[in-house]
Design a protein. Sequence first.
Length: 128
Amino acid sequence: MLTAEDSAEISTDMELSVLNRSTHTLLRLRGEIDVAAAPGLRERLSALLRPGMGLVILDLSGVSFCDASGLGVLVGSHRRALIMGVTLRLTALRPPLARLLRIHGLDRVLTIYPALPDAPTWRGTRGG
């Protein structure tokens, strides 16, 4: 059962919701990840990522824009997750964001899934 645990507005253009399931934690972003939203989002994601979380899925279907500072937040969150032993997966990117990650080679660093599949099958697999 999907239940909302937490929802917060990061800035006037960015919102983050946290949904817990028995198999994973789903973080849904909505809005723009730009220079104004990046510091608040970075802080919020840092506070949410904890050792022992297992699988965390970052749903980016609601992200309408991302600049270089937003890319930095995604890469930084990925690195923090690795250090903590957390599996972080990105999903449901809109074409402009997917293209931006591909142009910068980040699609080879971050594990990206085109849609939100059955989450337990994501452990230990590599998407792209």
